[in-house]
Each structure stands twice: as C-alpha cells, then as structure tokens.
Design a protein around this ligand. Structure first.
Ligand code: BF8
Length: 655
C-alpha cells in the first residue's frame, strides 16, 4: 500500500501502520476519491443557481451564455483571490500584533529587530528620527493597515520593485491598491454577469496577486521579522524521528508565528518542565509541521517533523500529546485520526475551529498565559499514551536564509551586496537561480517531484531557494546540509564553498516567498543582469501544488517577471485560450508566463532552456558545465559515493 506513495521513509513506515490499523489518511482518501473531471480542468461554473453548469462535450456555454474561456478564467481568478486573502489576512494578524505590542497591550511580545523596524519605516514613509521604538512601531503598524485597505493609492511596497517593473505595472493598469480592495473587486468581477472577458478577468487577477506578493505577504514577512527577529542560519533536525518517547511531544501546525513563538517560550518555562516531570515525562519536546514550523525553524531552530502530507501520519506514532493548529493547510482528517489515539487536537484561531477538536483560543493580549495553558493541556494528556511507534528517521539541516542574510553573506557588514552572485551568474559558474516552492499533493508521490527537481537543478549549477513544503521535503532528505554541496555542479559548488552556504537555501514559509521577490529585485538592480526581474536567468517551480495560495504565489511571481511552472495538473486545461493567455499572453505582457507540466523531468528541461535563453539575451558567457572547478584537489563525491546520494542518505543524521 505504501509503495509509490511517498519517498519519505518515515511516511512509508507510518503508511504501513495506517494500513494495518485500518486508519484512513489523505493518501487513501485520494485513491478513493478521483478528482471531479469537470472541476479539475476548470469547466464547472457554480457562480449562480441557474447552474451549476458543466461545460463539457457539446455544452460550450452556461445558462447565462458564459463561454468556456470566461468560466475557466473566473475559476482561476477566484483561486487567486482566495489565496491572496489567506496570505494577507495572516499578514494583517501580524500587523495587529505589532500594534498591540507597541502600545503595551500585548506585553509578551517585544520588538526584536529594531534595525528592520527602521528600514520598514523608511519604506512606509514613517519618520524615525528622535522617536522611540514604540512610536515608530505604532506608526509602522498603522501605515501597514492603511496599505491593506488602500482604496486608491498603490501599495507602498511596489516602490521596492525595479523601476522598469513599476513602470510596466502602471502602464498595464495592474499596479495594485490595497489587497482588501483588489480581492473584493476580483470577487465582484467574477460574480454572475459582471466581467465576462477572459483576458480582462485575468488582468485583474494579476493585479490582485501583486497586492498579495508586494503587499500582504511582504508586510507579513517584514512585520514577523520585526517582532521575532530576522532569520540567520541555524542548524536543526527534521522528520518524525525527532519525536521523543520519554518526553511530552507537542506539535504546532499551521501558519502564524505569533502562537508558535509563544509556544517556544512556554515550552521552555521551568514551571511547565517541572509539571511535565510530575506526570512522568523527562521534558517537553516542541516540534512543528507545515509553515508555522518553517517560521520557528528559521528563527529558533525548532525541529520540523513534516510537511502537509505528514500531518495525519505523525499522529499515528501515538507519541503526540497535543497537536496545536491555527490557520491554513490543516486537514479536517486529523481529528478522526486522533480519535484512534490519545492525541488532543487543539484549535486556537478565532477564525478556525474543527468539529471534534478542543478549542483554546489564542489571544495576543495574554499570549504567554494561553500558550502555557495549551502546553499544560498537552502535558496532562501524556499519561494517556498507549502504544508508541516513532520511526527512526532523522535528518539534519541548515535553515534561516533571509534576504538580508543572503546579502550579508556576500560581503559581510561593510560590503554586503549581490555583486558576487551576479558576477558568478555572469561568468557562468552559476547557470541561474530557481525558486522551488509549494505544497504536497497525494495525486503525486509525496516529496518525489520536489526532491528530484532540486537535485537535478543543483547538479546543473542552478542555485535553489526554497520555501514552504518544498523546503521541508528538502530538509527531510538532507538537501539543506553543506554535505550536499558535493553533488552540486562544479561551478555552483565553488561559489557555495567560497561563501560557505549550501546550494539549496531555505528562505522561509509560504508568505516568505516575498523574500524571493526582494532577492530578485536586488539581483536586477545590482547590475550586469539587465534592468528588470524578467531579464534575469531565473524561474519558479511549484512541483506538488494543491493550494489556492500556491496559485496566487505563482501568479505574482509571473506578474513580477518570473517564468513559473507548476506540476501535478492544470486547473485551466479546459480552455486552450486561457492556457495560452496565462502563458504566451502574459509573456508578451509582463515578460513571464505560467505553465502547468506534470512531468518533473520536462519541468527541469523547460526551466534550464528558459535560463539559457535569458543568458543568451543578456549576452552572458555560454554556460559550460565543465569549465570550472578543474582542480583535482576536490572532486564531486569526495565525501560520499554517488549511490549514497541517489539513495538520499548523504547527510549523516544526528540524534
Ligand atoms: O503555506 S506549501 S501545503 S503548508 S500552501 Fe500549505 Fe502549500 Fe505547504 Fe504553508 Ni504553502
């Protein structure tokens, strides 16, 4: 049963247990539930009750006369609206926490990164001279809220993009106003009987996605850094093997760093540890799943035990005393899986409850108190454990590559820049760079496309930056360790060795894809690689996507000038016209297109061809794989045999 479902050995092991115990997970639900063939390709219109209309076979228009293009474009647009709303509502939560912290109403939160606060104040036009940190923070938070709700003004952060890109957005009429307005307008336009021109709908779709990427998400990243610290490299461990048989295991799962950061504090509170000991445990082991894990991994080195498809299987270990969830990517199925074990599922967001779960609402005004209560609830559950089975699978990793650190690592405090990266792309040591991001989807072998693509890219001298569930897949397979350098192409390896970083850089959670926009802007403005993001030899890949959020990210990557390819399947394949509008059409408009390609090898081929075409257009050195690292003193595979790499066992797992 487990065969072919995952390449993660811990998940394969747990799937066998699920089968033996007769417990249903997303893996077998996916097998039982074939995708709806009409909705899958975007052909189903359910925007009014004259339908739903299924535009298949001879039916080429809905009851209202809506054409296939209109229906497919509207469906795509609504995915982007929902994805942008999710990221941005999360971002707004961060801003409200900053405001409460600065006003002294959320005393458990402090401003950790004053330098970043001042930088963000500069972007938002907030005065800093002669003012206290709190005064600046209040104005920054209020200005950020104005940006969320801006009715006419462009989002302030657009000014962080390359000049040429800003001018293009304004010319095309897609420079976004506040994300709240753009999302509402897109929902309005796709309401029955409003915008009925596919291309026009898709243009507003780009505008909405930009309000996410350069608005809601970028603000979320920045405010999280101000509150919790801007990440710098940190060593950590991953996968289910970090669960402890003799400690209280508490998993945080979801997306918001506010609760998870406070959980880190509460879990190390001596009183809580003593309480855990009074219940027979040796201590408290806090670990994470999905993007909230990425947040506390990047800043605190808290272990990450899995990505989207790990959430139910983790419970099957019988070792999780509490799984604490907030928002997004939390499967309802965890409650029924937990019903077979002692695990308590605790929902915490006022926005998200799950029937059958325990709800302990998080309140930033008394954050530590609530976090301690949650920890105590987990501890109280420890004596109820029955059979425990923890797979002996652990890997090591290095995370924490914020865009600030990436600039710093290329020259230190006095000479930080993107010059070395640009120079090495120009001379061909590095062929290009790719952001590999996004979800898991049980319609493909769990983690397999992620890992195959990343390995193939670094082998071809392509620097990889990663976020979200791709980053966690890489973490679980040792691809975020310096050892993996041995298997990078020779030119890329030389550069990474000189700087002292792995060839795969974990830059954060999904809202932190905004860090990639900043990195690309810095590359475009550093000089030598054109003047706009669309000139750069770079691309985006989302191999195992499933979420509306991923579609919003893909669209803002493209609207920012990054050609992007998604795996799994296409939600617009029902219309050739829409498929072409978002690829060839957008390439003409914004210099980048959005493609869907289920075959991972073809994705890599396309991306490499795209990178090489950009190199040619820039008149850069032709990429030659054997040109660099000719010294015989260091050869690929010196430390590990290549069979070891193929088996994915190249990083020696720590305890
Ligand atoms: O926001 S990568 S499955 S966990 S949507 Fe979700 Fe996709 Fe994972 Fe993070 Ni992003």
């Amino acid at each position: 049963m487990a065969n072919g479902k995952s390449i993660d050995p811990a998940i394969v092991e747990m799937l066998q247990i699920a089968q033996a115990e007769g417990i249903s997970t997303a893996f077998d639900r996916a097998e039982r539930t074939a995708p709806c063939p009409i909705g899958h390709t975007g052909n189903c219109c359910r925007n009014c009750f004259m339908g739903p209309c299924r535009l298949v076979g001879k039916t080429t228009e809905g009851v209202c006369g809506a054409t296939l293009e209109t229906v497919v474009a509207r469906n795509f647009a609504r995915w982007v609206a929902a994805g942008a709303a999710a990221h941005s509502d999360h971002g707004r939560g961060m801003v409200l926490t900053l405001l409460a912290a600065a006003k002294g109403e959320a005393p458990d939160f402090k401003i950790k990164d004053e330098r970043k606060l001042r930088k963000v104040a500069g972007y938002l036009g907030v005065k800093t001279e002669g003012r206290s940190v709190e005064e600046i923070a209040i104005d920054v938070a209020n200005e950020a809220l104005v940006n969320f709700g801006s009715q006419k003004e462009e989002v302030a952060y657009l000014r962080r993009a390359p000049q040429k890109r800003q001018a293009l957005w304004r010319r095309l009429g897609i420079a976004p106003r506040g994300v709240d307005r753009e999302v509402v307008e897109l929902m309005h336009r796709t309401n029955m009987g409003t915008d009925q021109d596919a291309e026009h709908i898709l243009t507003q779709t780009m505008r909405t996605s930009l309000a996410d990427g350069w608005g809601g998400s970028m603000l979320s990243t920045d405010i999280s850094d101000i509150l919790f610290g801007t990440p710098t490299p940190v060593a950590a461990r991953s996968n289910l093997g970090v669960l402890r048989e003799d400690e209280v295991n508490i998993v945080v799962h979801g997306h918001e760093p506010t609760l998870s950061e406070m959980m880190v504090v509460a879990a190390s509170d001596p009183e809580s540890i003593e309480y855990a000991k009074s219940k027979g445990a040796k201590g408290i082991n806090l670990v994470g799943i999905c993007c909230t894990a990425n947040e506390i991994l990047m800043r605190r080195g808290i272990p990450v035990i899995g990505n989207l498809l790990s959430q139910e299987l983790a419970i099957l270990t019988g070792a999780i005393d509490a799984m604490v969830v907030d928002i997004q990517c939390v499967m309802q199925g965890i409650v029924s899986v937990a019903g077979h074990y002692h695990t308590k599922i605790i929902t915490t967001s006022p926005k998200a409850k799950i029937s059958g779960a325990t709800h302990i609402e998080f309140d930033e005004h008394r954050a530590l108190e609530v976090a301690k209560l949650i920890i105590r609830t987990g501890i109280d559950n420890f004596p109820n454990r029955k059979k425990v089975h923890i797979p002996d699978v652990v890997d090591r990793l290095v995370a924490g590559f914020s865009h600030e650190y990436i600039a710093y690592m290329q020259g230190g405090i006095y000479r930080e820049s993107f010059r070395p990266l640009n120079d090495n792309i120009m001379n061909g040591r590095i062929r290009g760079a790719v952001g590999v991001v996004g979800c898991n989807n049980p319609r493909v072998t769990h983690d397999s496309p992620h890992i195959s693509i990343v390995k193939e890219l670094i082998r071809n001298d392509v620097l990889v930056v990663t976020t979200g569930c791709d980053a966690i897949a890489c973490a679980k397979q040792g691809l975020l360790t310096p050892e993996v350098m041995d298997y990078a192409g020779p030119g890329l390896r030389e550069v990474c060795q000189a700087i002292g970083v792995p060839p795969v850089l974990h830059v954060g959670s999904c809202v932190d894809n905004s860090r990639i926009l900043t990195i690309l802007t810095q590359m475009a403005t550093e000089g030598g690689l054109g003047e706009d993001i669309s000139d750069l030899p770079v691309a985006g890949i989302c191999p195992e996507w499933m979420s509306e959020k991923a579609i919003s990210i893909g669209t803002y990557f493209v609207a920012s000038g990054v050609h992007t390819i998604f795996g799994v399947g296409s939600p617009v394949s029902g219309s050739k016209e829409v498929t072409s509008m978002i690829n060839e059409g957008w390439t003409e408009k914004v210099g980048a297109g959005l493609e869907f390609e289920p075959d991972w090898q073809k994705m890599v081929e396309k991306v490499l061809a795209h990178i090489d075409a950009k190199r040619t257009a820039l008149r850069l050195e032709e990429y030659r794989p054997t040109r660099y690292a000719r010294s015989e003193s260091y050869l690929p595979g010196d430390s590990f045999a290549s069979e070891v790499y193929q088996q994915g066992k190249y990083s020696a797992a720590g305890p």
